[in-house]
Design a protein around this ligand. Structure first.
Ligand SMILES: Nc1nc2c(c(=O)[nH]1)N[C@H]1C(S)=C(S)[C@@H](COP(=O)(O)OP(=O)(O)OC[C@H]3O[C@@H](n4cnc5c(=O)[nH]c(N)nc54)[C@H](O)[C@@H]3O)O[C@H]1N2
Ligand SMILES: Nc1nc2c(c(=O)[nH]1)N[C@H]1C(S)=C(S)[C@@H](COP(=O)(O)OP(=O)(O)OC[C@H]3O[C@@H](n4cnc5c(=O)[nH]c(N)nc54)[C@H](O)[C@@H]3O)O[C@H]1N2
Ligand SMILES: [Mo]
Length: 664
């Protein structure tokens, strides 16, 4: 979603730099973008369809590859039904609009409900809370960066991640500019992060206690500083909210969160002073056992201060292409359907099953074929060892990727996808995450090398071979192109498809827009600030509070994207190192010195890596990035225990661990 300029010499990608004329990223590009050329030419890129043949691989021509997989799918569907075929769609597909849409449609038209996406190992609390409070799961609050003067970042580190559900290009300059024009920045994170280093205030919170802190803030604002007129007109359940947050007094909260009470007072005072607030959460909170409660309190904070759908706080981006503001809404009741057969207790929401159910579905043979589209399950799904053996047992494992990964050795079929530089694209799934109503069409800059083809074509061909139609009506398989499919998406959009194609540096339709959610989404124009399932959950959680001496917390790294690019650098750049980061006091307590090899144990497994004694990590926290084969934090997580009852989210933050030093 940043604009880039790619210089090519024939088929060679010579350079990738920021597009100075891009309206949102303004010439900025992060190390991941600069590494695109190196990634494109990596010798491990997948070039031709491969089929497992004993311990080796056999090359296939595309017609044979399609016929082969199609025959296997046909046999499985005839014998066990379409639900024996599952799909895992993950981050590599989130940035391939045509591929993602075709893959999802393929699964739908063959009649399978076995859809799994990275949402349930990332952030299902966000759509859940949006649905319970606002009536629709797709509401994404976006920072009103032009008007906001108080920004609170909770468990998100945009200087490294460039935002969680907000795309924040050029984060350092943007945050510096924000402060230069009088903006005040709070960062709440157990680690003194790169973003905290730019902030006015850093609250080094104890992991998984964010809901407690925010509940206190809401309580104090309800006493003084709330926008009472706004609440009277647009709030529902305010009294129940008041009751729910009543127990969270200053002394209790300071103690629970491990933050001095005066620092908490400063946050409350800042919100009273600025009156409105923009606050963003990220994976630090969404992956914790208290994710739903934190997200609830975050929404409550905005609503209590009249900061949602109003200037100076947060707006809701309807999307350039999605055009959510033009749809008709019927508020949902927020109830979930049962999970897959082997895990009926897991909630099915947002038209997918939680990833936590995938492994048992394979083990119980409910799933016999799995199509992995742009994902690397071995470093993403919980219970890595168990996941690996389940994947190995599948009759059919088709991995659609651009490069060899931890997962590809387990596949029965490897399908080489056209990469980011080899296809035309336009943002779709993340359309509404941007800081403006904006879009960008990007043409392919080089032709797909070797036998790589776009993912949409794989599924269109596979569908045709099974007798089902995958492409949208009006687009014929014989003459379909990337552009024809994008034109279909752009039809009827703001300015139409032509405007999209003509804007070479991307197009901004408008900045923040206000009011459409209040006018057409909110039931009775009111936010339901105290949904019953959350009130009940808060009471349950607070009855069972235990403080763990040491917990695992997640974090992202600058030069890689999850498991991608961990060993691919931009020219002249470097790659990230992987460390088990722990506070000097905790290190001393466990007799660990900087550089020692340590084993991190949880109740579900263990993993080994080098220790880094790091004073930026709060006591009691062990910070390890995911996306590595060793240490692999997915050895420490569980598909069975600690799975969130409302969303099926796997607990990946705040997992109790112990550390032992490896003795040679
Ligand atoms: N460079 C880079 N960018 C990325 C990615 C990448 O791998 N590399 N991944 C992309 C993806 S898939 C995603 S989902 C986004 C994620 O985007 P972010 O959510 O912004 O991800 P992080 O940078 O890991 O920031 C999470 C922060 O939460 C903190 N934290 C951990 N536990 C807690 C807690 O209990 N409470 C609080 N308050 N904080 C806590 C961590 O210390 C960390 O600083 O990033 C995306 N962008
Ligand atoms: N314990 C623990 N588990 C986690 C996390 C954590 O912090 N801790 N983070 C979670 C989060 S936020 C996420 S999003 C998931 C990520 O889970 P995944 O998305 O499964 O993991 P990635 O490593 O991002 O895998 C993306 C894959 O897409 C491929 N790819 C890249 N470009 C393309 C393309 O153009 N087309 C296709 N078809 N493939 C492409 C890459 O080569 C890579 O193999 O992991 C989650 N799991
Ligand atoms: Mo993610």
């Amino acid at each position: 979603m940043c604009g880039i300029v790619v210089t090519v010499d024939g088929d060679r990608v010579v350079q990738v730099r920021g597009d100075a004329q891009h309206p949102l990223s303004r010439g900025y590009v992060c190390p991941k973008g600069r590494a695109l050329g190196a990634f494109h030419h990596d010798p491990r890129r997948l070039d031709t369809p491969l089929r497992r043949d004993g311990d080796g691989w056999q090359h296939q021509a595309w017609p044979d590859a399609i016929a082969d997989v199609s025959a296997a799918l046909r046999a499985i569907i005839d014998e066990s039904g379409a639900d024996a075929v599952a799909m895992y769609l993950a981050s590599g597909s989130a940035f391939d609009t045509n591929g993602r849409r075709a893959a999802e449609r393929f699964l739908r038209v063959i009649g399978s409900s076995q859809k799994y996406t990275a949402t349930t190992i990332d952030t299902p609390c966000k759509p859940l809370i949006a649905e319970l409070i606002g009536g629709w799961s797709g509401l994404t609050p976006v920072w009103d960066h032009e008007r906001s003067d108080l920004l609170v970042l909770v468990g998100t580190n945009p200087v490294v991640s460039h935002g969680h559900s907000n795309a924040i290009p050029d984060p350092v300059r943007r945050l510096r500019d924000f402060r230069a024009r009088g903006g005040e920045l709070f960062v709440i994170d157990p680690r003194r992060t790169e973003t905290a280093a730019l902030a006015d205030h850093h609250l080094a919170i104890r992991p998984s206690t964010d809901h407690v802190l925010l509940a206190h803030v809401v309580r104090e604002l309800l006493a003084e500083g709330a926008d009472t007129d706004y609440l009277a007109e647009h709030g529902a359940g305010v009294q129940a909210l008041r009751q729910a947050v009543a127990p969270f007094d200053r002394t209790t909260v300071a103690h629970r969160c491990g933050i001095e009470a005066q620092r908490i007072d400063a946050l409350v005072a800042a919100i009273r002073r600025h009156r409105r607030v923009s606050a963003l959460t990220g994976t630090g909170t969404s992956m914790s056992a208290t994710a739903n409660l934190t997200e609830w309190m975050l929404w409550a904070l905005h609503i209590v201060t009249g900061s949602y759908d109003q200037p100076g706080g947060m707006w809701f981006n309807p999307g350039y292409l999605m055009q959510l503001d033009k749809r008709e809404w019927t508020p949902s009741d927020g109830r979930a359907l049962p999970g897959p057969a082997s895990r009926p207790e897991l909630p099915r929401r947002f038209d997918e099953y939680p990833c936590a159910g995938l492994v048992s579905e394979i083990e119980s043979r409910n799933i016999r074929a799995l199509l992995v589209v742009g994902g690397n399950p071995l470093t993403a799904l919980p219970d890595a060892a168990r996941t690996a053996s389940a994947l190995r047992d599948l009759e059919l494992l088709v991995v659609v990727d651009v490069i060899e990964t931890d997962t590809t050795p387990l596949a029965t079929h490897l399908w080489p996808a056209a990469g980011q530089l080899e296809r035309a694209d336009v943002p779709w799934l993340l359309d509404a995450y941007q800081l403006a109503v904006a879009s960008q069409y990007t043409p392919a800059v080089v032709a797909p090398a070797q036998d790589r083809i776009p993912v949409w074509r794989m599924f269109a061909d596979l569908g045709a071979s099974l007798g089902v139609s995958v492409l949208p009506r009006g687009v014929d398989l014989a003459d379909a192109t990337d552009e024809a499919l994008i034109a279909r998406i752009g039809e009827g959009s703001r300015g139409g498809a032509e405007a999209l194609f003509e804007a070479r540096h991307g197009t901004v339709h408008s900045g923040a827009v206000f009011g459409w959610v209040t006018d057409s989404v909110l039931p009775d124009r009111r936010w339901r600030v105290a949904p019953a399932p959350l009130v009940q959950l808060l009471a349950e959680v607070e009855r069972g509070v235990e403080s763990e001496p040491l917990v695992l917390i997640p974090h992202r790294q600058l030069r890689k994207m999850n498991s991608q690019l961990r060993d691919v650098a931009a020219p002249g750049g470097r790659v990230d190192d992987i460390w088990v980061r722990l506070n000097p006091d905790d290190a001393a307590h466990h007799f660990v010195a900087d550089g020692d090899m340590v084993v991190v144990h949880s109740a579900h497994g263990s993993t080994t890596g080098p220790a880094r004694v790091d004073a930026t990590v709060a006591r009691g926290a062990v910070a390890v990035a995911h996306g590595w084969a060793t240490p692999n934090v997915c050895q420490l997580t569980s598909a069975q225990h600690g799975v969130d009852a409302l969303t099926g989210m796997v607990q990946q933050s705040g997992v109790p661990v112990t550390i032992t030093r490896v003795v040679a």
